[in-house]
Design a protein around this ligand. Structure first.
Ligand code: MLT
Length: 393
């Protein structure tokens, strides 16, 4: 019998959005080798890890003498890190057990991998959205309902007009790419909808530490959310682990589809497919959740937030329509005049030497929009602001 390939690969864009951007910028640099680009595209961290964090990880490696040598880590994480995670949740008055916590190697990976628990499902995703939600569901052949978000609905996806049915619902708050944040009432609406329709929510809180108002950091701040929500968090943006790779996914014991425990299934999946996160990385992540670690991480988060605020202020004063939020490292703008997202990308790259992300890379409704990342270097952000002033329109 012939080998059948997954034909859905033929139906998605040949390259992922960030690969497309890399190809375009590499091409530009080939022709303009002396130009330094201002990199405000992919949300990749640029601040170095703290000395304390590096020392913790160094010690974790050096102390592995033959007596303490570590082989495979436990597939779902060391207890010390799971306990650090449950303690972090306790500070938000959320009680989790360590069995609810699964240490993993990236929120982006888990967003796709979690689909292994389901089959032939209806999925609800906002448009524009983090492209991995869309691509991974498309590859699994799931039916996707897109809900557009824009100025008219405050860039918030809510269940108000959604047909009652069972869905897998993706929520990301603060949102990537727009930065819009769901408040307690918004999340209550979703939890009520999910419980009523036997839906499951995937709550991506990768940017929760960027919140500065009273918006919830976790969906479990909402009553009964443990029955219907999986939460995916990450050390990438909050602790600068984009290279180290460490994240955690919460699948509460109470979270079930019919009589099937999603916790048991995810445990089975991870033990089969995943060999765990390195010991030294988990020791580093544990430190990041300690009192000192949290403080040190917050310094870097504040740096990125200041970047985003500088970008936002200069874009507003240059006359751009900008989504006004202080809870996000990203700045989401409407392209000027009748520029498409890629036309504006090309203008920014070729004339102003700024790399951002064309909004259409996040979905059809992102067409005509553009995203700047605050994760760049301050010097790049300041230079970009000078260039943006020239764009007055
Ligand atoms: C982004 O720029 O949207 C993110 O860095 C992508 C990711 O987290 O995978």
């Amino acid at each position: 019998m012939a080998i059948n390939i997954n034909k859905n690969y033929k139906k998605i864009q040949k390259n992922y959005i960030f690969t497309q951007i890399n190809l375009k910028t590499e091409d530009f640099l080939k022709n303009n080798p002396n130009i330094e680009l201002l990199k405000l595209g992919i949300g990749d961290v640029t601040r170095p890890l703290s000395k304390n964090l590096v020392n913790i990880m160094k010690d974790a490696l050096e102390n592995q003498t033959s007596k303490n040598f570590k082989g495979y880590p436990p597939e779902t994480g060391y207890d010390f890190l799971k306990n650090a995670v449950t303690n972090y949740y306790k500070t938000q008055n959320i009680n989790l057990t360590k069995e609810d916590v699964f240490i993993s190697n990236g929120a982006g990976c888990d967003v796709g991998n979690i689909l292994n628990l389901f089959s032939n499902i209806n999925v609800v995703v906002q448009d524009p959205t983090y492209p991995a939600y869309f691509d991974s569901n498309f590859l699994y052949g799931n039916k996707i309902t897109l809900i557009s978000v824009d100025k008219c609905n405050n860039y918030k996806m809510l269940p108000d007009n959604l047909k009652e049915d069972s869905y897998l619902i993706y929520l990301c708050s603060p949102n990537n790419p727009t930065g819009a944040t769901l408040n307690k009432n918004d999340l209550k609406k979703w939890v009520t909808f999910a419980l009523k329709t036997k839906s499951i929510i995937i709550f991506d809180c990768a940017y929760e530490r960027f919140i500065e108002d009273d918006s919830p950091h976790s969906i479990y701040q909402i009553k009964d959310a443990k029955k219907c929500a999986i939460e995916i968090a990450s050390f990438s943006k909050t602790a600068g682990f984009t290279n180290l790779r460490c994240s955690y996914t919460i699948v509460p014991k109470q979270c079930k589809v019919g009589n099937n425990s999603l916790n048991d299934m995810w445990n089975r999946r991870q033990c089969t497919y995943f060999n765990g996160v390195p010991y030294f990385v988990q020791k580093g992540a544990e430190y990041c959740l300690s009192k000192n670690g949290l403080k040190e991480c917050q310094k870097n988060i504040n740096y990125y937030k200041t970047n985003a605020k500088l970008l936002k202020a200069c874009l507003i004063s240059a006359g751009f329509e900008v989504l006004d939020t202080n809870n996000s490292p990203y700045v989401w703008i409407k392209c000027p005049k009748d520029y498409t997202s890629w036309e504006f990308f090309d203008l920014m790259l070729n004339k102003y030497h700024i790399v951002g992300v064309p909004g259409c890379g996040f979905g059809k409704c992102g067409e005509g929009y553009f995203r700047f990342s605050g994760f760049g270097k301050r010097t790049d952000v300041k230079k970009a602001c000078e260039e943006i002033k020239k764009l007055q329109h």
